[in-house]
Ligand binder design. Structure first.
Ligand code: 5GP
Length: 205
């Protein structure tokens, strides 16, 4: 395998369950996960430094000014960004890093890292999406409506993603996303130095 780690971008409609999918990928397969910064208020049970780095708007803007993010975006009234340092360190150490980010951020990452792998996680239907958002019970109706409206816009950008994973059954979806990542690692073009080494070894025998 070639040395440097790569970025795996996982996006999906709010309520598609991508957070749970990502959590399971980390637990079951040991992927490295970037913790984002946000100006959103913590939800019940969310822990600073684990779920997000919770920042004030001023702190967030400061980080933007100091080039602290590889990407950042505004999503339904709040800022979200991917801290640069952790991601660069992990890639340098040869580890793939998962970024769970929304569509604008994903497009931004793709521009900077053309070999990033983009996967879009979706619920099986719009109805299922709304039901999950309501069932989660973490957002007031007004926010749910905004997120459903945003989902309509995001659907237009699915064409930019290389893979789609439908989250009907959680374990199946986690397995699908893991398989997509493994498949990408096995692409010939991602193993050029391995092939060269193999050839050299064969020639010196
Ligand atoms: P939530 O408020 O539900 O945790 O996240 C809202 C949206 O922001 C989700 O689509 C999530 O993937 C996205 N998001 C989380 N962190 C980042 C980030 O660092 N950058 C960008 N662009 N989006 C993010």
């Amino acid at each position: 395998m070639d040395k440097k780690g790569k970025l795996i971008v996982i996006s999906g409609f709010s309520g598609a369950g991508k957070g749970t999918v990502v959590k399971k990928l980390v637990e079951e397969y040991g992927y490295s996960l970037s913790v984002s910064a946000t100006t959103r208020e913590p939800r019940k049970g969310e822990v600073d430094g684990k779920d997000y780095y919770f920042k004030t708007v001023d702190e967030f803007r400061n980080l933007i000014d100091y080039n602290g993010f590889i990407e950042w975006a505004q999503y339904v009234d709040n800022y979200y960004g991917t801290p640069r340092k952790f991601v660069e360190q992990e890639m340098e150490a040869g580890r793939d890093v998962i970024l769970e980010i929304e569509v604008q951020g994903a497009m931004n990452v793709k521009r900077q890292y053309p070999d990033a792998l983009l996967i879009f996680v979706t619920a099986p239907s719009a109805q299922a999406l709304r039901e999950r958002l309501i069932g989660r019970g973490t957002e007031p109706q007004e926010v749910i409506d905004k997120r459903m409206k945003r989902a309509k816009e995001e659907a237009e950008d699915i064409k930019e993603y290389e893979y789609i994973a439908i989250n009907d059954d959680l374990d199946e979806c986690v397995h699908t996303v893991h398989s997509i990542i493994l498949g990408r690692q096995c692409l010939r073009e991602n193993n050029l130095s391995f092939i060269e080494n193999m050839k050299e070894e064969l020639n010196s025998n």
